[in-house]
Design a protein around this ligand. Structure first.
Ligand SMILES: C[S@@+](CC[C@H](N)C(=O)[O-])C[C@H]1O[C@@H](n2cnc3c(N)ncnc32)[C@H](O)[C@@H]1O
Length: 358
C-alpha cells in the first residue's frame, strides 16, 4: 500500500537542495516521501524518519529502503525532535525537514483505529495507541462544557451546541463504543440541513462561469446551464499576462464554493476529536520552532497541511519568526480528482539568518 500524498513531487523538489545533505521526514507514514528523498540523495546523504504510530515500524520493515544504510527510523512523536537533536548534535546542520500532517490512508482504512466515519470500528483515534485517552473515553466521560469547547476550538462546525446536548443525553443510556454510532448521530442531527443543500444542488439551475483573468482584473462571464457536476477547465481562459498565483487563487475560490456543500457532516467533528486527543495543534507549534533551530541557513522546512486549522497554526507560529514563506494550493485538477484536497496547502519555509523576531 502506498500513500500518494498531495504535492508529492512538489514537496520533494523544494526540499532537496543538497544531495549529500542530512534530511528529516517527521511523518514517515507509509514511506512514500522517504523513499523519494532517498532516491534523490547521493550515497553520502542521510535521512532520519520519525513516526508516532508504533505500527509504522512493522509496515516499513517490509519496504526495500528499510535496510538502506542512509536511512534510520525513530518511532517517536515529532514534538520530541529537540531531544533527538540534542542527542545527535543536529542543531544548524540539517538540509531539509518535511512534515506531511494528518494520518495515512492505511490508518484511515484500518477499522480498528477508529479514524473513519464510514467504516465501523472502536472509537479510538489515537495515533500512538499505546497510551492516552481514546475518543470513546472523551465522549462518555468528559463534561458537557469540555466537549463543547473541544468541538468549538478544533471543529470549526455549526450546530455544536445541539450536537453536544445529544451526545450527553445519549451516553447515559447507550455509552459510545463504535464510530458509526457517532457518525449516525451527527448525520441524523444534520439530516435536514445536509439534504436540503444536496437537493438544492441537484435541482437549481447552475451558473456556468468563464473566468477571464489578467493580473489586474478578473472578469466573469456567466450564463445559466441546466446541470453540471464538474468544474471544467475549459471555462477558464487566461490572458497572456496572468500571473500563475492569480490563476491558482481564482481556481481555488471557485472550487471551494462549489465543493463546500459536499463535505460529509461528520468530517469536522471527527477532525476535532482526533486533533484534541492527539494534541495535534500543540505538537505542530513545537515542531515548527524546533525545525527552525535545526536547519542550516537558507534551507527549507516543508509543511503539507490538510485542513484550515493546521494552516492557521502554521501561519500563527511563522508570524513570530522572520523567515521566507511561500504557500501553494492544490491545482484545479488536483481538487477535481481528489475532493479531500480542497483545504490542503503546502508551506515552503526558508530559514533566514536571523529567524526570530526580537
Ligand atoms: C499523512 S501521513 C504521512 C504520509 C507519508 N508522507 C507518506 O508518503 O507515506 C502522516 C503520518 O504522520 C504520523 N504522525 C502524525 N502525528 C505525528 C506526530 N505528532 N509525531 C510523529 N508522527 C506523527 C502519522 O502516524 C502518519 O503516519
Amino acid at each position: 500500500m502506498t500513500h500518494k500524498s498531495l504535492f508529492f513531487n512538489k514537496a520533494i523538489d523544494y526540499l532537496i537542495t543538497n544531495k549529500d545533505g542530512l534530511y528529516i521526514d517527521c511523518t514517515l507514514g507509509l514511506g512514500g516521501h522517504s523513499k523519494q528523498i532517498l532516491n534523490r540523495l547521493s550515497i553520502n546523504g542521510l535521512l532520519i524518519a520519525l513516526d508516532n504510530d508504533l505500527n509504522t515500524k512493522t509496515f516499513v520493515k517490509n519496504l526495500e529502503f528499510y535496510l538502506d544504510k542512509r536511512f534510520s527510523l525513530i518511532n517517536i512523536n515529532f514534538k520530541y525532535l529537540e531531544i533527538i537533536a540534542k542527542k545527535k548534535h543536529l542543531f544548524g546542520i540539517v538540509s531539509g525537514i518535511l512534515l506531511d500532517l494528518g494520518i495515512s490512508t492505511y490508518q484511515i482504512k484500518d477499522y480498528k483505529r477508529g479514524f473513519s466515519f464510514f467504516i465501523n470500528g472502536p472509537l479510538d483515534m489515537r495515533i500512538n495507541n499505546t497510551f492516552g485517552i481514546t475518543a470513546c473515553c472523551l465522549l462518555n466521560h468528559y463534561k458537557f462544557k469540555q466537549i463543547f469547547k473541544i468541538f468549538k476550538t478544533y471543529g470549526e462546525d455549526e450546530q455544536l451546541y445541539r450536537l453536544t446536548v445529544e451526545i450527553c443525553n445519549r451516553r447515559h443510556h447507550f455509552p459510545f463504543k463504535m464510530t458509526l454510532e457517532l457518525s449516525n448521530l451527527i448525520k441524523n442531527l444534520k439530516f435536514t440541513n445536509y439534504h436540503i443543500k444536496h437537493l438544492l444542488i441537484k435541482t437549481k439551475p447552475k451558473i456556468q462561469k468563464t473566468y477571464i483573468i489578467n493580473h489586474k482584473s478578473i472578469k466573469i462571464k456567466q450564463k445559466f446551464i441546466k446541470h453540471s457536476k464538474s468544474i471544467n477547465t475549459k471555462h477558464i481562459r487566461i490572458k497572456e499576462n496572468t500571473t500563475k498565483q492569480t490563476l491558482i487563487k481564482t481556481n481555488n475560490n471557485s472550487i471551494n464554493k462549489k465543493k463546500k456543500k459536499h463535505i460529509h457532516p461528520s468530517t469536522k467533528i471527527f477532525q476535532a476529536i482526533r486533533s484534541y486527543i492527539n494534541n495535534e495543534i500543540q505538537n505542530l507549534e513545537i515542531v515548527i520552532i524546533t525545525s527552525l533551530k535545526l536547519l542550516k541557513t537558507n534551507k527549507k522546512l516543508i509543511i503539507i497541511t490538510f485542513n484550515s486549522l493546521e494552516s492557521q497554526i502554521v501561519n500563527k507560529v511563522l508570524k513570530t519568526t522572520l523567515n521566507k514563506v511561500n504557500k501553494i494550493y492544490p491545482s484545479i485538477e488536483e481538487v477535481f480528482y481528489n475532493n479531500s484536497s480542497r483545504c490542503s496547502a503546502i508551506f515552503i519555509i526558508q530559514k533566514l539568518k536571523t529567524f526570530y523576531l526580537s
